[in-house]
Design a protein around this ligand. Structure first.
Ligand code: ZN
Length: 251
């Protein structure tokens, strides 16, 4: 068997600690539920949270040993140190994958990689509302094993306009009961790294227990990991010797 994909699942982890109704949904934390949900022989999974001592659980040696980083954040985006964001960005540019989840659209690392505000419209209807997800690119590896369409029965609405650069691939598109639509599964290439944003995952609803959602996340980990296969890094090259003779222009 080829080397396992080293996945690090980072979760802010605040609301599971402080809010009983969130704790009731995710008693072990969103990171643990995602880790259990995507567990597979080809993954080597570790988790980290905002409350871990060393660099929020992401010191250099952990980032170096990470092929794909998952990011779930909401309330503490501003407290993530810029220095950590810079280190994550450097790892992405050299090939680490990044999977940004739900309210991670406003995380420092996502807006750093996008270069836009990443603002969207949203609504938290009491009791949630139905989200219908359409697999709009069934040929994409992240769509593997997913049906043409599936439903999240209770969701928080994330709607257009979503201020992101045009995705390199759009894999999922969502419709909400209240009428909005949203680009809910977006792929990007940045340097040698691959980035996938996936919006379902509001903390008050048990969305990360759903088999289809888990399938998306496992597929995303595999897709985001592959630039690492050849180990090539994109580096600046000074090439003083031309490959072909350059004829000097006559005056
Ligand atoms: Zn939410």
């Amino acid at each position: 068997m080829s080397k396992p994909i080293r996945v690090t699942i980072w979760n802010e982890g605040q609301q599971e600690r402080n809010q009983p109704h969130i704790q009731a949904v995710y008693p072990t934390g969103i990171h643990q539920v995602i880790a259990e949900g995507i567990a597979s022989e080809d993954f080597e999974i570790r988790t980290a949270t905002f409350y871990d001592d060393n660099a929020l659980g992401l010191p250099d040696d952990v980032l170096e040993a990470t092929d794909v980083l998952f990011w779930w954040g909401h309330r503490l985006h501003k407290q993530v140190p810029d220095e950590l964001v810079t280190r994550i960005q450097a790892r992405i540019l050299e090939g680490m994958g990044l999977v940004v989840l739900h309210s991670g659209h406003h995380s420092k690392i996502f807006s750093r990689m996008m270069g836009t505000s990443c603002n969207l419209s949203w609504r938290e209807h009491p009791g949630g509302e139905r989200e219908r997800i359409w697999t709009v690119d069934p040929s994409h590896p992240i769509a593997r094993g997913l049906p043409e369409t599936f439903v999240v029965p209770k969701s928080e609405m994330y709607g257009e306009p979503f201020d992101i650069p045009q995705p390199d691939h759009l894999v999922f598109l969502s419709w909400y009961q209240g009428g909005e639509v949203f680009r809910s599964g977006c792929c990007y290439h940045r340097g040698r790294g691959r980035i996938f944003y996936f919006s379902p995952g509001h903390e008050a609803f048990p969305i990360y227990y759903m088999p289809h959602i888990r399938q998306v996340l496992a597929n995303a980990a595999r897709w985001c990991a592959s630039p690492h296969d050849d180990g090539v890094r994109l580096e600046g090259r000074h090439r003083p010797e031309a490959l072909e003779p350059i004829a000097t222009q006559s005056e």
